[in-house]
Design a protein around this ligand. Structure first.
Ligand SMILES: Nc1ncnc2c1ncn2[C@@H]1O[C@H](COP(=O)(O)OP(=O)(O)O)[C@@H](O)[C@H]1O
Ligand SMILES: [Mg+2]
Length: 340
């Protein structure tokens, strides 16, 4: 345990120091994702009992569901060290080299956004994952030589919001592949309740459930909503938090009963008003909303699809009856940018 290297705040995507307080440190503190949790616990336990490195693990799912949290808990359970890298920052094999050569026996190398690795880096990773060795080419032209360098057996944990973008050879080299799905309201309510405790905030079940229900099935949003309710109560309600105060605070941010924020609703409205309910191509929608396709595909659409507010057809996105009905009851859209 002593050699556990605390990852930098930046690489953990924690923009606020409280994220570090709220992020579970051990697997047993994690709530929900029961099946994933159990399978990982078994794999970790087996690796530990056999004193073997844990097989490579791929975690995929929408943002904010716990991929980084799982990845950082794993080395703590194993009692080994952790290195964190991001696919976006690994532009060439040489960028990966220090991580691979630093990886101690049974340690964990976490590569976030692994779908963003360029193909040359991916290919460099194959022998590292498979045989714990890398091929380094020295010199060029006639005098080029390949040096074969052994590595310590390590565990690669990859996380991605887009498993579909991974090449098949890379995907196949992961022994364990787990998909994280949205959390139920009752699971999120437990997370809200626990986070409130860590933030020293009084919280009843009803209020925790209200905040959970407006968090789009996503722990990160649940924690963000909770912090906003706390700010609101500190500033306007003498630090009192109850159902009414939570509701008022969240409505003030334009968050509706389904947990959609103004930006999510603006997507639905654009589809309805500009494209007559669709089908419309994602580029056209993004263009109309002056936003990036990636923002829509990563942060907005997964939940809307999951809740059947929109569907994807071969000709583009279409608003469902449910989506239309939701627009009917919901307050008008608010901010021009994604809130969190
Ligand atoms: N299963 C969980 N139980 C409790 N809190 C969680 C859980 N999963 C995520 N969280 C909280 O949500 C935040 C975002 O999770 P994170 O692992 O960063 O998501 P991802 O990497 O999938 O985007 C974490 O800081 C943590 O506080
Ligand atoms: Mg993450």
């Amino acid at each position: 345990m002593s050699e556990f290297r605390e990852p930098s705040i930046e690489s953990m995507e924690d923009s606020q120091p409280e994220d570090r307080v709220l992020r579970p440190q051990r697997l047993e503190e994690m709530i929900g994702q029961q099946d994933v949790h159990e399978r990982l616990a078994i794999a970790i336990d087996a690796a530990r009992k056999r004193s073997e490195p844990l097989g490579h693990i791929l975690l995929d799912g929408p943002p904010g569901l716990g991929k980084t949290t799982f990845a950082t808990c794993i080395p703590r359970e194993l009692g080994t060290s952790l290195q964190i890298a991001s696919g976006a920052a690994l532009g060439a094999p040489k960028d990966l080299l220090p991580y691979l050569t630093n990886a101690g026996e049974s340690s964990v190398l976490f590569i976030d956004e692994i779908h963003r690795l360029p193909i040359a880096v991916e290919e460099f990773l194959y022998p590292a994952m498979e045989d714990f060795r890398i091929d380094i080419i020295l010199g060029d032209g006639m005098s080029a030589r390949t040096i074969n360098m052994p590595l310590q057996p390590f565990t690669l944990v990859g996380a991605t919001t887009r498993a579909g973008l991974l090449s098949a050879p890379l995907r196949d080299r992961f022994v364990v592949r787990e998909h994280l799905d949205y959390y139920s309201v009752s699971e999120l309510a437990k997370i809200v309740f626990r986070s409130a405790g860590k933030l020293d905030m009084p919280m009843d079940d009803e209020t925790a459930t209200e905040i959970a229900g407006r968090s789009r099935g996503t722990p990160r949003l649940a924690n963000n909503r909770l912090r906003w309710v706390r700010d609101y109560s500190t500033s306007r309600a003498n630090r009192l938090v109850d159902l009414e105060i939570a509701r008022t605070a969240l409505e003030m941010q334009g968050i509706d009963e389904l947990g959609l924020d103004g930006f999510d609703r603006r997507y639905l409205e654009t589809l309805q008003r500009v494209f007559g309910g669709g089908p419309a191509g994602i580029e056209a929608i993004a263009h109309t909303m002056s936003t990036a396709v990636d923002t829509l595909e990563d942060d907005v659409e997964p939940f809307l699809l999951r809740y059947e507010l929109i569907v994807r057809t071969p000709r583009g996105r279409r608003l469902t009856e449910r989506g239309e009905a939701h627009l009917g009851d919901a307050p008008p859209s608010g901010p021009q940018q994604k809130l969190f």
